[in-house]
Structure formats: structure tokens, C-alpha cells
Design a binder for this molecule. Sequence first.
Ligand SMILES: [Ca+2]
Ligand SMILES: [Ca+2]
Length: 133
Amino acid sequence: MKSVLRKVFAVSLAAISLVSGAGMYANAGVYRCYGDVDNDGRIGMSDSSAVSTASIKYNALTGSRNLPVSVAVANPELYFPNVATPVPQAADTNGDGYINQLDVDDILAYYSHSGSGTLDQYTGNCGVYFYIP
Ligand SMILES: [Ca+2]
Ligand SMILES: [Ca+2]
């Protein structure tokens, strides 16, 4: 009886992770949050690090640190290798079409204000939700 219950539990867990995993990775028809690049519900160092890594990777490939959002969306596994469920669109926090150091700095500014309770002084897009059709 115990092993049957264990099997049922394991199968249920697998089904849940399959469904939620597929939904999170699709990034279509969903709302996402600027700055939350790894889609874990928080904006922090892991997000700024992911954006920085993506920009550096693009620079290594092309000589430019201005990674077009469309290129990152087409190859998320290449530019966000350490992120399970990346949202490349959330990385372009200033909305200029490129993922670069300006966005890294913006995420760090949000994180800093968030940590010191001064989010009212933050003027960027981090924390704002947007729709991905
Ligand atoms: Ca995050
Ligand atoms: Ca940008």
C-alpha cells in the first residue's frame, strides 16, 4: 500500500511539474514582469547577473554588447544558459530594444531601492508587468 501511494505521489508531482514547466517556459499569452528575467517572482542579483551574462555572450559572438531582444528571444538557451525559465523580454527594462549594461544598471537600481525601502524614488520599468502576445 505504501509503495502504491508513493508511486501515485511521484506521478502527480511529475504531472504538476510538466504542466507548470511548460506554461512558464512558453512566454506567450502571458504577463511577465520587467526585471524578473529568471521568472522566479523576485527582482534581484540573479536577474542582473543573467542580463550581464547575456550581453557579454553577445559581445563575445559579435563584438557588440547591445543584444537585440529579438535575437535573445530566438535563442534563450544560448544567452541565458544558467536560467531554467528565462524571459528575455523582461531583460530589456528600458524598452530600447536591446539588452545591455543599461538594463543591468536599472535592475541593480531597483534592487537597491527595494532593499532600502525607497522604491518610491525608483523611476524605471522594473516591477511593471507587460503582456507577451
Ligand atoms: Ca528573478
Ligand atoms: Ca534595454
